[in-house]
Structure formats: C-alpha cells, structure tokens
Ligand binder design. Sequence first.
Ligand SMILES: Cc1cc2nc3c(=O)[nH]c(=O)nc-3n(C[C@H](O)[C@H](O)[C@H](O)COP(=O)(O)OP(=O)(O)OC[C@H]3O[C@@H](n4cnc5c(N)ncnc54)[C@H](O)[C@@H]3O)c2cc1C
Length: 382
Amino acid sequence: MATTVERDLPTEESRDLLALVREIATEELAPKAAQAEADGEFPREVFRTLGKTGLLSLPYPEEVGGGGQPYSVYLQVLEELAAAWGTIALGVSVHTLSCFPLAQFGTREQQERWLPGMLGGDTLGGYCLSESHSGSDAAALRTRAVRDGDTYVVDGTKAWITHGGAADFYALMARTGEDGPRGISCLLVDAGTPGVHGAAPEKKMGFTGSRTSQVLFEGARVDADRLLGEEGQGFSIAMSALDSGRLGIAACAVGIAQAALDAAVAYAKDRQQFGKRIIDFQGLSFLQADMATQVEAARALYLAAAARRDAGRAFSQQAAMAKLFATDACMKVTTDAVQVLGGAGYVSDWPVERYFREAKVLQIVEGTNQVQRLVIGRHLAR
Ligand SMILES: Cc1cc2nc3c(=O)[nH]c(=O)nc-3n(C[C@H](O)[C@H](O)[C@H](O)COP(=O)(O)OP(=O)(O)OC[C@H]3O[C@@H](n4cnc5c(N)ncnc54)[C@H](O)[C@@H]3O)c2cc1C
C-alpha cells in the first residue's frame, strides 16, 4: 500500500513525482511484493520499468541524464517505494550509490561516456566494497588491480554484493598500492568483462527477492581509463558514496516502519477482544503511540540531514545519525507491529513478519550501527 504521509515538497514537479510514485507503489509494486519475495525471484523487469519512468536517476544532474531532484525529494520517493516493496527501494538506493563515484569523481569525459547509460534506466549497478574478511574494516580489502599497459588486471572476491551477478556495472574498490586506505582505487567495471562472475545468491532471512552474492574477479582486464578519481583515492570515494547511501538506507527503514505502523493500526481498529477494539486498550494504544513517534522522529532526522546535503553543507555525521536512528527505529517498530497482530503477526498471511525480517539487515548494511556510532563519535572527538 502507498502511505498516507503528508509531505512538505518544494515544487509542483516534486509533488507530481510523489503522486506518480504512490500510484506505481499502490498499483504495480504492493500487489506483487509478498508473492515475489516468497518466490525469491530477482525482479529485474520492475527495475527496467522504474528506469523508464526516470526513478533510477533522481538525485543526479539533468545535464548528465539525471532527474535533477533535491536529495530530500529522492529520499521520500525511496520511502514510498520501501513501504510498498522493500527489495525495490533497496535496489534503487544501491543503484544510486553505484552511480555516485562516476557522477561525483569522474572526469567530464568519463561522465559523458558512461553516465547517461547508467542513469538512462536500462542498466543496474552494484557497489563492490566488502570482502569476506573485511566488512566493517573495509580498508583491509585484498582484491588487487595491477596496472598492465592500458589495463588493470583485477583478481579477488567481493562479498555480499547487492545485485551481484545481476548488475550491468560495478563500482569496484580494489587495491592498487600499499596496505591500508591510501592503497585503494575505484574502478568502474562493466559486468560483462571476461573474468567477472557473480556466485550463487546468498539465502537470506529477508529481502529474499533482492539478489546478494559474491562477485569474483579472475584476471579481469579493466581499461585504465575506467579509473575514477586518482589512484589511491578509492577509499575516500567509497566513504563519500556511503555518506549519501546511508541516507537512502534511512529512508528505506522509515518506509518499512511506516508500512508496519499502518498495518498494525488497521488491524488493531478491526480486531476485537473482550468485547472491544484492541486499539482501545491503553496497553496497545501506548505501544502504537510510541511506534508512530519513532517513525516521525526518524523521518525528521533523515530529512534534516538531506537538507544539509542539498544546501551544500557537511552532512556525514548527520547521515550516520539518521541511518543509526532510523534503522533501530525500524527494528523496534516492526517488532512491535508483530506484537500488535498477535499470532497473525507471526504468519505470512499478513505482511508484518516480512517487514520484521527486512528491518534486521538495515542495521547491518552500509556500515553496521556500531560503525555509525564510530563515525558519530569521531566527529564528536574532533
Ligand atoms: C543483504 C546484504 C547486502 C549487502 N550489500 C552490500 C553491497 O552491495 N556492497 C558491499 O560492499 N557490501 C554489502 N554488504 C556488506 C555489509 O556492508 C557488511 O555486512 C557490513 O559492513 C558488516 O560487515 P561484516 O558482515 O563483515 O561484519 P563484521 O565487520 O565482521 O562485524 C561483525 C560485528 O562486529 C561489530 N564490529 C566490527 N567492528 C567493530 C568496531 N570497531 N567496534 C564495535 N563493533 C564492531 C559489527 O558492528 C558487527 O556487529 C551487504 C550485506 C548484506 C547482509
């Protein structure tokens, strides 16, 4: 279902955009979500449809094929998509993250060559940072890119990659130099490059429609002109991308939490015990009041961080706070939604058990919530 959240949008164009997204969410996405997630099929066609509607390029400039929308508008679109179907919102967020290194750090020539194709809607991106031994400690990555004439020869295995094996391109962080963050570079890799393969999909607890897998690089030759930024700049590019990406995860979390709240309230108005609606029992009403407050607070926090980003101000600390708070709120709200529905909350005839399973991973991806606290703590210590 689309949410009924009242939104404060800056332009007529953005109001029309949100109305269109609600229509797509209600008519196209929500009716398919439960079955598609149960089947575990990656919904590639849905991304193609969204791409044609311009929803895979919203926060990027119009000159390079983007939608030219403020980040705050893009995030509210994500929130609406997440309320209807989490896998789709997460996929749009990851695709947007994967375009960021080229859009922000590529040369004009590189952008003109590749960005229109990446933002045009026919292709889907993946972001390759994590490896099995280097998750939170991402700077310890081992995938190597060795310069050989006009190419880099890439060897290594990336882990947990959203759209792994399904993406058309990867923003790849690989080691071109010394140990540690300064030896890492960012390459834009065509997924069709010989020697690049996606492994079998991971069997996940939630987001079962979203494809997550290892991506193997086995002697893959990547043209040297696909280096984004300078050699050795890859780690700071990766972190900069994650600052923006974390806001996307926060918006997904708010969308899922809103959907769980809406489902809980609707059920509690309908369900009767002891001769009255269960929403009229103070014990349950207070629980839902807390859920609603968490959702509102999380939304306000991500919008405040996005407003800083849109105004060109530093927002890294605020993005970490928004991701931390919104995903913890999502976990709490979805857990309580299961409680509101009682036994019905625990079975797949109602959507809240899916929201609950999806919430968990949002506390882990794009930096665990412990890592968000590290980021916030470092800002405080400066
Ligand atoms: C469904 C899914 C999709 C993903 N998609 C992508 C993707 O598209 N691209 C990508 O690159 N990665 C992706 N990831 C990887 C994700 O970013 C990592 O799982 C995450 O960064 C944590 O790394 P880890 O799993 O190795 O856990 P670890 O780093 O091993 O952490 C284990 C635990 O230790 C804690 N911990 C670690 N270090 C510290 C510390 N210094 N202080 C306190 N606590 C600490 C962590 O918070 C966590 O609780 C995905 C993961 C999942 C599950």
